[in-house]
Design a protein around this ligand. Structure first.
Ligand code: URA
Length: 208
């Protein structure tokens, strides 16, 4: 697994703005999508290219195009939806596979309550989008689900990650590459990232 914490100045600046205590819902949404676009750029930098013939204004050329089908975006409900339009700004043709997970109060493990994964997932890279990587439980369950569906290439994007969550994914899925806006200090007793952003879903949906 590669863990890629962005060193892009715009990503770092925008993540800092997201942390501001009194940030408005509008600014939080805008910044979340802007960072999502930048992380998708970073996460797609190694997509394979192949030279294909093209009729251009000046004649026949051979020119680089994506070798494989476009990646599918995988927002994890609900907060992942907040990154979707930013991700689609870079991958406008991407098909979308939606995953909804909730904690089983008996086992305390995340369980899927909704999944709608594209049928040709075996032929596409999946790009998971979720603002926060905290304990890693939800991301882990999503990766398991994608692999059970036959997905062979998985990338995961998070605005902010805790070291605890990174380790959980590294141990369980060393083949999955992570692209992160920031790596923060730790989790608190409630499982929130410190310094973090607070509840990203509430800030995106305005349900504070
Ligand atoms: N989910 C959030 O929205 N924030 C955290 O800090 C951790 C999980």
């Amino acid at each position: 697994m590669s863990v890629n914490a962005s060193n892009h100045p715009l990503v770092q600046h925008k993540v800092s703005l997201l942390r501001e205590e009194t940030i408005s819902v509008k600014s939080f949404r805008e910044l979340t999508n802007e960072i999502a676009s930048l992380l998708v750029m970073e996460a797609t930098q190694n997509l394979a290219l192949i030279n294909k013939p093209l009729t251009c204004w000046s004649g026949e050329i051979s020119t680089p195009m994506l070798a494989d089908k476009q990646p599918t975006l995988v927002p994890i409900l609900r907060a992942g939806l907040g990154m979707l339009s930013g991700a689609l700004a870079i991958l406008p043709c991407a098909k979308i596979s939606v995953v909804g997970l909730q904690r089983n109060e008996q086992t305390l493990q995340p369980e899927s309550y909704y999944e709608n994964i594209i049928t040709d997932i075996t032929e596409r890279t999946a790009i998971i989008i979720d603002p926060m990587l905290a304990t890693g439980g939800t991301a882990l369950a999503t990766i398991n689900l994608l692999k059970e569906s036959g997905c062979k290439n998985i990338i995961a994007l998070f605005l902010v990650a805790a070291p605890e969550g990174i380790k959980v994914l590294q141990d369980a899925h060393p083949d999955v590459d992570l692209f992160l806006g920031a790596v923060d200090d730790r989790l608190n007793e409630q499982g929130y990232i410190l310094p973090g952003l607070g509840d990203a879903g509430d800030k995106i949906f305005g349900t504070l």
